[in-house]
Design a protein around this ligand. Structure first.
Ligand SMILES: [Zn+2]
Length: 223
């Protein structure tokens, strides 16, 4: 008797076979073949489970975590000529904050840039007492606001070294945590092979710096 292999039963349960094969296999099942019935039971459950899993909406934080664990490798295909000129529209360090707002900006920085048709909103939140920081941003198209800015490769680079990388979500938002270092650039690769690069400011939180300054002095005093 002719039996069917598991890949054929997968195609059968997914409805991918032609009408003739589908009928042959159904007849075979109806004939009472226990071996094939077992495979068919399994592939039916499998197809059901896969459809269920695929319809689950994965929460954004989970996607972000997964991308941090399995960084997306991307090539730096952009030539320097494809870099869009960047204009600074706002820099929270350059404006005197209203008194009521000062506390908000005490640890961190916010900037707004324009490059081509894009607006780039960037916030840096340094982690207290460490050299780490988070960069949170959103890229939008101010000419066509409805244009989706998702899945754009976003990276932090120190020269040729990629310090952190991610992809923007469907709202054009991205977030990366990193170890602060000098000459860091935020790079965004746009769909038309153009790119945006902006230098990131480095923050030094007061507390570790103060400690470094006081401890050698104590040792000197003890001598
Ligand atoms: Zn069979």
């Amino acid at each position: 008797m002719k039996h069917y292999a598991i890949d054929q039963w997968v195609d059968f349960t997914r409805g991918l076979l032609g009408r003739e094969s589908q009928t042959e296999m159904r007849t075979h099942l109806a004939g009472g073949c226990r071996k094939c019935r077992g495979l068919w039971d399994f592939t039916t459950k499998l197809t059901g489970t896969c459809a269920l899993v695929a319809s689950d909406v994965v929460p954004e934080p989970a996607v972000r975590m997964a991308r941090a664990i399995f960084p997306v490798r991307m090539q730096d295909r952009t030539k320097p000529g494809n870099r869009l000129p960047v204009e600074v529209m706002f820099d929270s360090f350059l404006v005197p904050s209203p008194v009521g707002l000062r506390a908000t900006w005490q640890v961190g920085w916010q900037g707004l840039y324009r490059a081509g048709d894009c607006s780039l909103d960037v916030r840096i939140e340094p982690e207290l007492k460490t050299s780490r920081a988070a960069v949170i941003g959103q890229i939008t198209n101010h000419i066509q606001p409805a244009l989706e800015m998702g899945d754009l490769p976003v990276s932090l680079r120190a020269g040729k070294l990629v310090v952190a990388e991610t992809l923007s979500n469907r709202f054009g938002e991205f977030q990366m945590e990193y170890d602060q270092q000098s000459q860091l650039k935020l790079c965004i690769h746009l769909a038309d092979s153009k790119s945006i690069r902006i230098p990131l400011k480095k923050f030094i939180s007061d507390q570790p710096a103060a400690k470094r300054r006081t401890s050698p002095r104590k040792r000197v005093a003890g001598k």
